[in-house]
Design a protein around this ligand. Structure first.
Ligand SMILES: C[C@H](O)CC(=O)C(=O)O
Ligand SMILES: [Mn+2]
Length: 337
C-alpha cells in the first residue's frame, strides 16, 4: 500500500527503558506479531539505549538483543525490524550482527550537536542495504539553524530520513514547527519526529511535526517508553486517520495489541507523574527517570531536585553516573543545613 505517513513503533526499544530492559523473547514475539498484523511497516527492537546498550552503565538486558531481533523478525510477514545505534555505545560489528538477525532499518542516534560521529555508521547502514536514518537527540537544546547544520551532515553521509528527537519531552508545539519546518526547507531527505509525553504534548507535537512536513513519526503502544513514554501508536493511528492520512495501520488490530499484549506486560501505568513532568519542564533526558528515582530513594532526597539539577547541568545520555553524584551532593547539602 502507498503510505503518505509512516508510523514507526518504538515499544520494543524505547519501552525497554520502562521495563528496565527485561523484555523476553515471548513478549517480543507477541508484540511484533500484533504490530505486523496491524500493518505497521517498521518497529524498533533492541536495548533501550540501542545496540550494545546492555551494560553496567545503562542496565543489563535480560535477553540478548540479537535474540530479540531474531524472534521479532521470525513472526513478521510484512513488518520490518529496526534498530537504534548510538555511536560509542553500539559498534559497526553490532550493526552487522543485527542485520544477520533480521534488522532492515538502522536509526543512528547522536546528541543534537554531534552528528559528525555518525558518518561511518550511516555509511555502513547504506552499504548493508538498510533504510538508514539519522536521529538528532535532545533537539530542544539547539536552535533550528544548528539542527539544520547537523541534519545536513547526516544527509551528506547518506541518511534517507532525519529525525528531530524530543528526548526530554521538552518541546512545545511551536518549537517543533520551527525545527521541522527549517529541516523541510533546507534538506531534500524525509523528516521524522520522535516525541516524549512529559508535558502531555506528544500527540500535539507530532501533529505539529506532520503539519510542518514530517513524514515519519514515532509512537509506542500504550505510550510505553522512557519518562512519560512516547506518543501513543494507537492514538496516532486514530488521529491521523481522522486527518485523512494513509498510515497503513488498522485501528482495531493496533488497539488490540496495545491492550491485550502490551498493557499486560507494563510494570506501571505510563503517566505524567511529578518526576516526568519536571523532566519535560527542565529539559532532562527521559531515560534518566528510573535512575533518578532510585538515587532519590537511596539518598533520601526529592527526585525532582535531582532532575532539576541535571537539567541545569545540561546532562545528556551517557552521563548516567552523574545522577548518583547529584543525589549524593543534595543529601550532603541537606545534612549541612
Ligand atoms: C537512546 C535514547 O533512548 C533514544 C531516544 O529514544 C531518545 O533520545 O528519545
Ligand atoms: Mn525516546
Amino acid at each position: 500500500m502507498k503510505r503518505d505517513l509512516h508510523i514507526v513503533d518504538v515499544t520494543l526499544r524505547d519501552g525497554s527503558h520502562a521495563v528496565r530492559h527485561t523484555f523476553t523473547e515471548q513478549q517480543v514475539r507477541d508484540v511484533a506479531k500484533g504490530l505486523d498484523q496491524a500493518g505497521v511497516e517498521y518497529f524498533e527492537v533492541s536495548h533501550g539505549d540501542g545496540l550494545g546498550g546492555s551494560s553496567l552503565q545503562y542496565g543489563f538486558s535480560a535477553v540478548n538483543e540479537l535474540k530479540l531481533i531474531e524472534a521479532a523478525s521470525d513472526v513478521c510477514s510484512q513488518a520490518k525490524a529496526a534498530v537504534l545505534l548510538v555511536p560509542g555505545i553500539g559498534t559497526k560489528d553490532d550493526l552487522e550482527d543485527a542485520v544477520k538477525a533480521g534488522a532492515k532499518m538502522v536509526r543512528v542516534a547522536t546528541h543534537v550537536t554531534e552528528a559528525d560521529v555518525a558518518k561511518q555508521h550511516i555509511e555502513l547502514g547504506r552499504n548493508l542495504g538498510l533504510k538508514t536514518v539519522g536521529f538528532l537527540m535532545m533537539a530542544h537544546m539547539a536552535p533550528p539553524e544548528k539542527i539544520v547544520e547537523q541534519a545536513k551532515l547526516f544527509e551528506s553521509y547518506g541518511a534517507e530520513i532525519v529525525y528531530v528527537t524530543d528526548s526530554a519531552g521538552a518541546l512545545l508545539p511551536h518549537e517543533v514547527t520551527e525545527r521541522v519546518s527549517a529541516l523541510k526547507e533546507n534538506l531534500s531527505c524525509e523528516i521524522g519526529f520522535h516525541a516524549h509525553n512529559n508535558l502531555s504534548l506528544a500527540t500535539a507535537n507530532t501533529m505539529a511535526a506532520v503539519d510542518a512536513g514530517a513524514t515519519y513519526i514515532d509512537g509506542s503502544l500504550r505510550c510505553l517508553g522512557a519518562g512519560s513514554g512516547n506518543a501513543q501508536t494507537e492514538v496516532l493511528t486514530a488521529v491521523f486517520d481522522r486527518l485523512g492520512y494513509k498510515t497503513g495501520v488498522d485501528l482495531y488490530p493496533i488497539m488490540d495489541v496495545a491492550n491485550d499484549v502490551v498493557a499486560e506486560l507494563m510494570p506501571r501505568p505510563q503517566e505524567v507523574t511529578k518526576a516526568s513532568l519536571i523532566m519535560g519542564y527542565s529539559g532532562v533526558y527521559s531515560s534518566f527517570l528510573l535512575f533518578a528515582q532510585e538515587a532519590a530513594k537511596k539518598f533520601n532526597v526529592d527526585e525532582r531536585d535531582i532532575l532539576v539539577e541535571l537539567g541545569k547541568m545540561q546532562a545528556v545520555g551517557g552521563q548516567e553516573d552523574l545522577i548518583t553524584e547529584v543525589a549524593r551532593e543534595l543529601a550532603n547539602q541537606q545534612l549541612t543545613v
